[in-house]
Design a protein around this ligand. Structure first.
Ligand code: COA
Length: 338
């Protein structure tokens, strides 16, 4: 079907919902698995607990719970959705995509869709893609999911990674804004592909297919050079946000709320401080969820809305750094339907 060109419009997040599995993995639980302590984890990361799926639950299951609520909150039915983008590093299977599985699970019979691989920036890359599709008139009602079952690729004998990650998902509906002031204003996404070895899962792809040896060598788990990631994340969270602020003639004073990817409390606070954002403008909920990869930003946004810290009309800056490295910052004048 030929695409009918439409006037450029502003896209907005018209609804939001999240889902985390009920089972908890606390720091005390991890003390029994590896040589670590509650004090070390709290002091170095800010994390107290994470949510972990039961066996047999995949990313599409978490995505389904969040998506159905988000669609209902937008006053829509799944058949109204015409595009599904799932940002994830832990698809149910390499193929078919989690977006296809989700399409079937929620009955989004009129949607096409795909998975988007940008690790912890998956939600922001999905949101900016959908917002531009909506702005161009190529989508009317897009569903963007950021979600991961990180427990499926975490080595629970490796104390340097297993304390960090958790499972969870968030979903937003993106539609054209009926108010020109409300919606996605600008974004700055970039990658530095030289950072690949600092955070990766070495095996299971085309480069190193699964063999008995790769499994024995534990190569199907997250491997990370924590300090390299840490330094890159602080510097580039600041850099991406600064570019967006400068381009829009804004300063940190104009920002009502900073919702960063929740990778480490010290990364978030370090970047906020460099940007000149006071703690009261920063959302932190890593203590209860850990790093849910593509899930952290919608989960933090949902909490900000539910606690009254993010209101319609507020100017919110979202930011993320992920494996790749991928970097993203998105500026939104917030305004949901409900
Ligand atoms: N419990 C106790 N000790 C631990 C530990 C744990 N869970 N993990 C590592 N250590 C030890 C190390 O072995 C090291 O011991 P050593 O000094 O005897 O060699 C010591 O603690 C310090 O390790 P280091 O790696 O320097 O700690 P850190 O302050 O850099 O914190 C991270 C480690 C992983 C928490 C931190 O680097 C980080 O958050 N990096 C970014 C990770 C991230 O955000 N990833 C996702 C990005 S999207």
């Amino acid at each position: 079907m030929p695409l009918t060109p439409q006037p450029i419009r502003r896209a907005r997040v018209s609804s939001l919902a999240t889902y985390v599995p009920p089972r908890l993995l606390t720091n005390a639980d991890l003390e029994k698995l590896v040589d670590t302590s509650n004090e070390w984890i709290l002091q170095r990361t800010g994390i107290e607990q994470r949510h972990i799926v039961e066996k047999g639950v995949g990313t599409s299951d978490l995505a389904k719970e969040a998506a159905l609520v988000a669609i209902a909150r937008a006053g829509l039915t799944p058949a109204d959705i015409d595009l599904i983008i799932v940002g994830t590093t832990t698809p149910d299977t390499l193929f078919p995509s989690t977006a296809c599985r989700l399409q079937a699970k929620i009955g989004a019979v009129n949607a096409w869709g795909f998975d988007l691989g940008a690790a912890c920036s998956g939600f922001l890359y999905g949101l900016t893609t959908a917002a531009n599709m909506v702005a161009a008139g190529a989508s009317q009602r897009a569903l963007v999911v950021g979600g991961d079952v990180m427990s499926s690729i975490i080595d629970y004998t490796d104390r340097t990674t297993c304390v960090i990650f958790g499972d969870g998902a968030g979903a937003v509906v993106v539609e054209a804004s009926d108010d020109d002031r409300i919606g996605v204003i600008d974004f700055e996404n970039y990658v530095d592909g030289h950072g690949g070895s600092a955070l990766q899962m070495p095996a299971g792809g085309s480069l190193m297919p699964t063999t008995a040896e790769t499994v024995a060598q534990r190569l199907h788990y997250v491997k990370q050079d924590g300090q390299t990631v840490f330094k890159f994340a602080i510097r580039n969270t600041e850099e991406a946000c600064r570019r967006v602020l400068e381009r829009n003639n804004l300063t940190a004073n104009d920002i009502d709320l900073f919702v960063s990817h929740q990778a480490n409390r010290r990364i978030i606070m370090g970047a906020a401080e460099k940007l000149g954002l006071p703690p009261e403008k920063v959302i932190i909920n890593i203590e209860r969820f850990g790093n849910t990869t593509a899930g952290t930003i919608p989960i933090a946004l949902d909490e900000a809305v539910n606690t009254g810290r993010l209101k319609n009309g507020d100017l919110v800056m979202l930011a993320s750094v992920g494996a790749g490295f991928t970097v993203g910052a998105v500026l939104i004048r917030w305004g949901t339907k409900a």
